[in-house]
Design a protein around this ligand. Structure first.
Ligand SMILES: [Ca+2]
Ligand SMILES: [Ca+2]
Length: 145
């Protein structure tokens, strides 16, 4: 019994630490492309959509002198929610076009795969709810080479 209590306390601490990473996520944060959160390749970003109209924009610019192939994903932190990513791929003159991303359903990770990013190009991606009720939970997203 004592051991069980200890474990659940530990779990609560871990959960609190985990959830506190997303305190900066709210409607008004990164709601448009102009205010997209700049990301580098690698580390996950944890955010939250807190209303039906809330979206979060993120972006990555290839600052290398060579092209890089990237993958972008969004993973909902709750199996009851369906989050989507929409990708906008922009060249050095600011001309952008969308990249189709297939929906993978409730609770599943969604991927934009094998996007070739030449030097100076910027990839924007928007995290949004799939349905009007898909919000209220954290997500993790990242861009990886
Ligand atoms: Ca937002
Ligand atoms: Ca989805």
């Amino acid at each position: 019994m004592k051991r069980q209590m200890k474990l659940s306390f530990l779990f609560a601490v871990i959960l609190t630490v985990f959830l506190s990473q997303s305190v900066s996520a709210y409607s008004g944060l990164a709601d448009s492309k102009d205010y997209a959160i700049t990301r580098t390749l690698g580390m996950d970003y944890v955010g939250k959509l807190d209303s039906t109209n809330d979206v979060d924009w993120l972006k990555y610019t290839n600052t290398y002198t060579f092209s890089t192939i990237v993958n972008i994903f969004v993973m909902p932190m709750n199996p009851a929610v369906n989050y989507d990513i929409e990708v906008d791929y922009c060249n050095t003159t600011g001309y952008c076009f969308p990249v189709n991303v297939a929906d993978t359903g409730f609770g599943n990770t969604e991927y934009a795969k094998a996007i070739n990013v030449p030097p100076g190009y910027t990839v924007y991606w928007k995290v949004k709810g799939h349905n009007y009720w898909d919000f209220g939970f954290d997500y993790a997203t990242a861009i990886h080479s």
